[in-house]
Structures are given as C-alpha cells and as structure tokens.
Ligand binder design. Structure first.
Ligand code: ADP
Ligand code: ADP
Length: 225
C-alpha cells in the first residue's frame, strides 16, 4: 500500500504546458480518477507517475520518497492501457509470466502467483489461450491480471474500458472496482467518461487545460456546479 503525493507537477512540450503545476495527495488504497476532455493532460500525468515521461518540474513521491529520477521499471507500477497491449504471440500464461521472469521470480512461486491472479479475474482454465481467442472483456481482464501479478505498489489505468461496448463497460466498472478493493491497491484511473469516474472513484480530479479544476468525492463534484 502506497501513498502518492504530487507537488507542482509540470510537463512542458516546447512552450506549451501539457500539465501545469498540479498538486494532489492520493491516499493508500484510494481509487482516484483523472477526468476531463481530450488533451487536458490526463495521460501525460499518468505517464509521469509511471516514469514513461520525464518531469519538467515538480515532485512525485511514493510514501514520501521522490521517484522523479527513478526509472519506470524500478517504480513497481502496474499499468493497463486502452488497447490491452497483450503480447499476441503469447498465451495468457506466458503473458502473465513475462513480467515475473524479468523480475527473476522462481518458477514455483511464479505458478502460484499466476494461478492466484487468474482466479481473481475469473479466468481459471484460460492459461493456454491466445489473446485472439478471447473476447474484449476477457482480454482486458488478462491485462489487469498482468498488471497485478507483479504485485505492484500502484495501479495505473488509462481508459481501460474505451474499446468495450456499453454493456460490458458497465460490468467491467464494477469488476475493476471490486478487484481494486480486494487487492487494496492505490489506483489512478484516467477517463473522459463522467459516469465512469463518478461511479468508480473515491475521489475525482477534474482536469482542464493542464490544471486541476476540481477535486473531491463524486458527491462533492455533483453538488458543486
Ligand atoms: P489527455 O490524456 O487528457 O487526452 P494528454 O496528456 O494526452 O491529454 O495531452 C495533453 C496535451 O499535451 C495535449 O495538448 C497534447 O497535444 C499534448 N501532448 C501530449 N504528448 C505530446 C508530445 N509528445 N509532444 C507534444 N505535445 C504533446
Ligand atoms: P494512450 O492511448 O493513452 O495514448 P498509449 O497506449 O499510446 O496510451 O501509451 C503507451 C505509451 O506509454 C507508449 O507510447 C510509451 O511512451 C509508454 N509506454 C508504455 N509501455 C511502456 C513500457 N513498458 N516502457 C516504456 N514506455 C512505455
């Protein structure tokens, strides 16, 4: 469980500020959404937390430790993207094993962790399938499993439901939130979908033009026009 603290975080591309001196504290185990229109800086913020984008100015702290100069692979982050990004030529099991092999987790422990995480996403028995043999929702559950199997400190989700149809999207909202509660992992969820942010989050960060326009619980945000 990890607390994330962001202080005056800024990302400039040339003269343009994609993210402009934003500050927020995300509590241990909290589910927070970054909500706002396309181009407001959500993904850039997420990528800076993950370490995929350099920070122009400001601080990102995990449990008080500044990680701005820590490379992505050392930050213990689980990440899920809109497009799943499963390895198409690998089975479900191989997709899940990949990150564990990189971390040199011993084989027996690896099998145990893969079994546990597949159980969590209700995909026991799918070990030998290839991504193309799975539905969109199942693929996204494998992507979630792959993010969680490394037992990360923080889970980052970038529009993970955007490619799913409306009905499945609603099911997956509940599924992701239940899973997140069970694991108890600090989670940052990027979306432009207001209903998603409002139904899933402990708190919502409304972004506009690289800045934070509002921050609060879903009811706070609804009641303050
Ligand atoms: P969102 O995720 O909210 O849609 P982004 O964080 O992707 O927004 O983008 C924020 C702003 O930064 C946008 O104006 C976008 O065009 C700009 N931007 C993002 N990546 C780059 C880049 N690599 N080079 C230049 N501008 C970028
Ligand atoms: P979006 O749909 O929000 O724009 P993308 O799927 O394009 O998100 O984001 C993926 C980006 O994140 C890549 O372009 C890359 O910059 C970065 N990225 C993703 N995975 C990794 C990784 N394993 N190592 C380094 N950078 C990564």
């Amino acid at each position: 469980m990890t607390e994330v603290s962001i202080e005056k975080l800024t990302k400039s591309y040339g003269n343009a500020r994609a993210v402009n001196a934003i500050s927020m504290k995300i509590a241990e185990g909290e589910f927070i959404s970054l909500l706002g229109p396309s181009g407001c800086g959500k993904t850039t913020t997420l990528k800076m937390i993950a370490g995929f984008e350099d920070v122009t100015e400001g601080a990102i702290r995990f449990d008080g430790q500044d990680v701005v100069n820590t490379p992505a692979e050392k930050r213990d982050i689980g990440m899920v993207f809109q497009n799943y990004a499963l390895f198409p030529h690998m089975t479900v099991e191989q997709n899940l094993a990949f990150g564990l092999e990189m971390r040199k987790v011993p084989k027996p422990q690896m099998r145990e962790r893969i079994a546990k995480v597949l159980d969590m996403v209700q995909l026991k028995g799918y070990e030998a399938r290839y991504p193309r043999q799975l539905s969109g929702g199942q693929q996204q559950r494998v992507a979630l499993a792959r993010a969680l199997v490394i037992e990360p400190k923080i889970l980052l989700l970038d529009e993970p439901l955007a490619n799913l149809d409306a009905k499945l999207r609603e099911e997956m909202r509940v599924f992701i939130r239940d899973l997140q509660r069970r694991v108890g992992i600090t989670t940052v969820y990027v979306t432009h979908d207001q209903a998603e942010a409002m139904t899933m989050s402990d708190r919502v960060v409304v972004m506009f033009g690289g800045r934070i326009a509002q921050i609060g619980s879903p009811t706070d945000i609804y009641e303050r026009p």
